[in-house]
Design a binder for this molecule. Structure first.
Ligand SMILES: *Cc1c(COP(=O)(O)O)cnc(C)c1O
Length: 428
């Protein structure tokens, strides 16, 4: 079911009309449905029931505190890629021992902060990181629980900018070099190897890359055990796809069935790190039409959301469904248009060559499936304030991150003292 639907001719998030939020908060804004977030969590929870598995929500998809807390309260751990995300996970009440720290370039200071906080597992991605982590753990008198992330050289069949498990990608340790890395880890006194990790890409809509990757990692686990390593955990990563247009991503239960079958008998605790699948369809971006500019070949609908608010269309060639917030008549004619923002870049578009009912200035539009890699990737390019984030729960809604004022944005900057003096000098 969709948690964003027309009621009485008006698009609602659960029991709240988006137009009501727009009047109170202004546009553009992100809106998340708590019921949708719970429903996607429940799909995972049901699928792992009775198995030795845990789910660590990948914060980078949407690190809004309310969203993290909602999952944390339901029992989620967290997958983080920075100390900033660690602080968010902790602030949202997720226990440190339920946090997994991933990332290809962790600094010594970040590893130290993670160990000091008591992070449960660090997924190491290079031989150099093994040494740095060993040294940092030694300084703190701690032993770090680690997995080694291997790169299984599998094509995830997704957009080139979000595929991560091929040899030519920077992530993980080449599976052919993995035995060396495990031997090295075992020789370092302040590390305790607890398992193997992988993450092959994002927005996967087929199960076969997962199957192929697991088969490769499974035989690595067997080799490692023969060599005397203790491998208790298998971190499968995230990456499950969602619906943007007409994709048919696998159900979570089908996914778990494949994983269960391919890992049967290994006796490993499994970790899953879903991001997009938990939040993507649970969020939308709402924007107001500034003006409509008819052209010779097509019409440009210029709206107040732009590439700084949602960069996915221009960065990943992503297609997002866009609908008017006021329900169009079923027989309404459509025109071909580009939905674009006000930024001075040709890449500033939300949709191109889209057939939509004619829109006019002041009308609201809703961009679907914007809950993942939307607000988190926003910037304030053109000194545009970050769009606020709103969460709806039934008939309630709350702003979880307000729109900063321009004064707030400017007030964090400083004029160098010599320039202040120079200004005074010219005045005098
Ligand atoms: C990005 C990332 C995830 C989450 O990916 P999704 O496609 O959002 O599920 C999980 N694990 C790691 C290591 C990641 O880098």
């Amino acid at each position: 079911m969709s948690f964003f639907a027309y009621k009485n001719g008006e698009m609602h998030a659960e029991g709240v009309a988006l137009a009501t939020i727009a009047r109170q908060v202004g546009t553009p804004f992100y809106c998340y449905s708590a019921a949708a977030l719970r429903a996607s969590w429940q799909e995972f929870a049901d699928a792992i029931k009775g198995t030795n598995a845990r789910i660590c929500y990948a914060l980078k998809a949407n690190s809004n505190l309310a969203v993290i807390k909602l999952f944390g309260d339901l029992g989620a751990g967290a997958d983080i890629v920075s100390v900033g995300e660690m602080r968010r996970a902790l602030a949202a009440g997720i226990r440190a021992d339920r946090i997994v720290y991933s990332g290809v370039g962790k600094k010594a200071s970040e590893l130290m902060a993670a160990l000091e906080a008591g992070i449960g597992q660090i997924n190491v991605e290079s031989s150099a990181e093994l040494e740095v982590l060993n040294a940092v753990a030694g300084q703190l008198g701690k032993k770090a629980d680690i997995t080694i992330r291997v790169n299984p050289d599998i094509d995830a069949g997704t957009h080139e900018k979000i595929t991560t498990g091929r040899k030519e990608n920077k992530f993980g340790i080449d599976i052919d070099l993995a035995t060396e890395a495990f031997a090295k880890a075992a020789s370092l006194p302040n590390l305790r190897v607890v398992g193997v990790a992988m993450h092959i890409g994002s927005q996967l809509t087929s199960l076969s890359p997962y199957r192929d990757a697991i088969v490769r990692v499974r035989s690595l686990i067997q080799e490692l055990r023969t060599a005397g390593h203790r491998i208790d955990r298998f971190d499968i990563g995230g990456g499950l796809g969602i619906v943007y247009a007409d994709e048919q991503p696998p159900s979570i239960s089908d996914f778990m069935q494949v994983v269960g079958k391919e890992t049967a008998g290994l006796g490993c605790e499994l970790t899953f790190e879903p991001g997009r699948r938990l939040v993507g369809e649970a969020g939308v971006l709402v924007s107001e039409v500034i003006l409509v500019k008819p052209g010779v070949s097509k019409t440009f609908v210029i709206v107040d959301a732009a590439m700084n608010d949602l960069i996915r269309p221009t960065l990943y060639d992503a297609w997002h469904d866009i609908v008017p917030v006021r329900e169009p008549r079923p027989d309404a004619a459509t025109i071909c248009c580009d939905i674009v923002g006000p930024i001075c870049e040709s890449g500033d578009y939300l949709a191109q060559n889209r057939d939509l009912p004619p829109l006019s200035a002041g009308e609201l539009i809703m961009v679907r499936s914007a809950g993942a890699y939307g607000a988190v990737m926003a910037s304030s390019y053109n000194s545009r304030p970050l769009a606020p984030e709103v969460i709806v729960d039934g008939t309630r809604f709350a702003v979880t991150r307000p729109r900063p004022t321009i004064d707030e944005m400017i007030s964090t900057e400083r004029i160098p003292p010599w320039m202040v003096q120079a200004g005074q000098a010219t005045k005098g």
